[in-house]
Write a new protein. Structure first.
Lengths: 371, 396
């Protein structure tokens, strides 16, 4: 990108149930992010949020939630399509040269409502609601297609679940299953029920409550005395696929290909360069990670990618999937991991992919670097 | 360095009752098509799309941005959706502006639609924007919300119901010249005063309709503009300010702004004016499209925009100062009192301001417009945005 954008710091809450009001959880997280970035709220120019009215249970959630997110008497905008779009919008604002620091927040408390009902009401009321189309049903259809084309994916999916849970336990982050820090036993996997053929429950990331905030800023001038090493946002790309599953290319994912090509083009980077240290991708179900890696060219035939670390944070399968705000949590964890990675390692770039909507309808890709 | 941004195309559908309007995707498609036609471009020329969709509870499909990707031509393209309550339409324009001002994109389509009353009466939906424990049972709605502001404004500045009615008369008369307006009926001051109360002092003819319709604008970077075919309306200033949520925090000695005034609008205007180099709004602004869903709102809006001093608006409205052929025309389109497709109402203000700059506003055209201002309002009368459009590019 022409122009420099940095991530100064961030904070998150990600738990099966956040035992606090949503407004207070947002306030605590936003304040922690500012502290980690070495800033006060008075240092912030604009606020960008991403929230879902249906998950929050308010017809215009931002009325009550934008204040705790730091928006009082500030320029504020809600990108209700995706938390990744909120990060992109913050970058656009910084690149416009009109603001220097933007506080980005997103959240979702599945514990306060019926997530599946809210998702079901995203469907076409005339043709799709009565047949019970849901996100899990869409996952099942996509995975069924994937495994019929690439039979190896069925066994590789098990490895993804094992890997991500193991990674999460190594990272010492909580997971929705209190026993998940032990290695998954074969018969536990076998006993897990099928919820949307051929997907087993254990292969689907379980929803948790989440709140996340980060600070996006302009270049070196804005780097303060924060606790976190600033990480550079070098490229971003995003694109959407159509609504109807039957009209989409569910395995080729052309909109993801476009998003990653735009992100890499803006970062002036190729995917096969030795500079890529790790990749964080959406594992809303285990096969989603396999499919995304395949589209990114990291693997083939539905198999597990082994050359570059994928979801070293543990992903959603290891930690739980924050309702709505997951993409911002993934971005924040990638930033933290890159900041902590060894400076002796020449691989200083991370690629972060997130999706939202049925079968990954909307895709966003970021390229981060330490330098 | 900030890339300069201009609006080069506008599309609106005819606003009407929801029961008489086309489907939501169809309204989007129509609005987008008309905006592209007016700019001489096709959807293939668009680098990105921004969708304006305010509380989707009104049109009844959660996260409808996923449902209508195809309708707005966004398959395979970057698409974002903005939701900032009543300010959504202008916030979406602001998002499109930043796409281009960043240097990353050259042509952006900003589009939206609404079918208010699809899911039942809008006020039933608007009751759900309030706190479930303390406020919904009052009941708070947007009508009672503005009624309280109006009462406060009456207390502060002596506004009368007759002055409110004068605003309604002006806007209804202007709407007769706007082929897109939902309500096209002349009313008199007595008609307004004799209409039934909704929440004192707001009467039926002081209030907006529940409209269905779509709106779209095409934004372009300066570097990709075709000077031979495009008539640009330059976005020289654009900003939003959000006030506190709780109305009670906006009265009393600790209030940052008084609920009777539109202090956050004044703040947003100050920022937008600064960007555009506007120093004397009374003299420099030629026309205003301001978001006033109820007639008393227009009075404190013109004061917040510094078109007159606080407390002067009532008398000036009575004197015709803000009439179509007055000193500073306000809402020559008929404004929100005559069309309110909520997701795009603030975008329509921007679209109408664009038409005024371009000289394409037909019978409602104000002569020789060099500077036009569009505003949005939303939330608990807490979010306000302002855009300054100019015939010549300027940015400070």
């Amino acid at each position: 990108m022409d122009g420099s954008v940095v991530v100064l710091g961030g904070a998150e809450l990600a738990q099966p149930v956040i035992d606090n009001s949503l407004e207070h959880a947002i306030f605590l997280t936003a304040r922690a992010a500012l502290r980690n970035a070495g800033l006060e709220i008075s240092d912030i120019d604009d606020v960008v949020i991403a929230c879902s009215d249906q998950i929050d249970g308010r017809a215009i959630s931002s009325m009550i939630t934008s204040g705790p997110a730091g928006a009082h008497l500030r320029d504020e905008i809600n990108l209700a399509s995706s938390p990744s779009h909120a990060v992109a919008m913050a970058a656009l604002r910084v690149l416009s040269g009109q603001v220097k620091r933007v506080l980005v927040s997103s959240w979702g408390k599945h514990s306060e409502g019926e997530l599946e009902l809210a998702e079901h009401l995203t469907t076409d009321p005339f043709f799709d609601r009565d047949i019970g189309l849901s996100e899990i049903a869409a996952m099942g259809m996509q995975v069924s297609l994937f495994r019929s084309r690439f039979p190896e994916a069925a066994s590789a999916s098990r490895e993804v679940v094992l890997k991500n849970r193991h990674n999460a336990s190594k990272a010492s982050l909580r997971s929705p299953d209190p026993d998940s820090d032990r290695v998954l036993f074969e018969d536990e996997f076998e006993k897990s029920p099928i919820v949307a053929f051929p997907l087993k429950r254990i292969e689907i990331a379980q929803p948790i409550d989440g709140v996340c905030s980060i600070v996006i800023a302009a270049g070196e001038d804005t780097i303060g005395a924060g606790e976190s090493e600033p990480i550079w946002l070098r490229g971003v790309g995003w694109a959407s696929d159509g609504y109807r599953l039957g009209e989409r290319s569910l395995l080729d994912l052309p909109h993801l290909r476009f998003a990653v090509s735009e992100a890499l083009r803006r970062a002036r980077l190729r995917f096969d360069e030795e500079r890529i240290a790790f990749v964080e991708v959406d594992d809303y179900c285990a096969d989603a990670e396999l499919l995304t890696c395949q589209v990114l060219g990291l693997s083939d035939n539905g198999g597990l990618q082994k050359d570059i670390p994928v979801n070293a944070s543990g992903g959603y399968l290891g930690i739980g999937r924050p309702a709505f705000s997951g993409g911002l949590h993934r971005f924040h964890r990638a930033v933290e991991a890159l900041a902590k990675s060894s400076h002796e390692n020449q691989a200083d770039v991370a690629v972060v992919q997130s999706s939202i909507g049925f079968a990954g309808q909307m895709q966003t890709v970021f390229v981060l670097s330490r330098t | 360095m900030t890339q300069k941004v201009a609006a080069i195309g506008v599309g609106q559908t005819e606003f009407r009752k929801t029961s008489e309007a086309e489907s939501y995707p169809s309204l989007l498609r129509q609005a987008a098509g008309r905006a592209l036609d007016s700019s001489g471009l096709s959807i293939g020329d668009m680098d990105a799309i921004v969708l304006a969709l305010a509380p989707e509870a009104l049109m009844g499909i959660n996260h409808a941005e996923r449902w209508c990707v195809d309708a707005v031509g966004a398959v395979g393209k970057p698409l974002m959706r903005v939701q900032t309550g009543g300010t959504t339409g202008l916030s979406a324009v602001q998002a499109g502006y930043h796409h281009i001002a960043s240097g990353m994109f050259d042509k952006v389509l900003v589009v939206g639609a609404d079918r208010v009353a699809e899911s039942g009466d809008a006020q039933q939906i608007f009751n759900k924007i309030w706190d479930p424990v303390f406020e919904r049972a009052l009941p708070l709605t947007t009508i009672s919300m503005i009624a309280m502001s109006a009462v406060r404004y009456m207390h502060l500045h002596g506004m009368t119901e007759r002055q409110m009615a004068r605003v309604s008369v002006k806007n209804h008369a202007n709407a007769m010249l706007n082929p897109f307006a939902h309500l096209q009926q002349r009313v008199t001051v007595d008609d307004v005063l004799n209409s039934r109360y909704l929440a004192w002092p707001i009467k039926l003819l002081d209030a907006c309709p529940q409209s269905a319709g779509g709106c779209a604008v095409v934004l372009s970077s300066e570097r990709s503009l075709d000077a031979s075919t495009h008539v640009p309306a330059w976005i020289s200033g654009i900003a939003l300010t959000g006030d506190t949520y709780f109305i009670g925090d906006r009265v009393g000695p600790k209030a940052t702004h008084d609920y009777g005034d539109a202090g956050a609008l004044e703040d947003a205007a100050r920022k937008a004016y600064l960007m555009a180099g506007i120093e004397d709004p009374k003299k420099e602004i030629d026309v205003v499209e301001t978001y006033a869903s109820f007639s008393p709102v227009e009075l404190h809006n013109v004061e917040a925009l510094r078109l007159c001093d606080n407390g002067e608006a009532g008398r000036l409205f009575e004197d015709g100062y803000f009439d179509l052929r007055g000193e500073t025309p306000v809402n020559p389109s008929g404004g929100v009192l005559c069309s309110n497709p909520i997701s795009v109402t603030a975008m329509v203000r921007f679209a109408e301001a664009t038409l005024q700059i371009q000289g394409r506003a037909g019978a409602r055209q104000v002569p020789e417009v060099g500077v036009a201002v569009a505003t949005g309002a939303g939330g608990s009368h807490q979010f306000f945005n302002v855009a300054v459009l100019t015939a010549e590019p300027r940015q400070s």
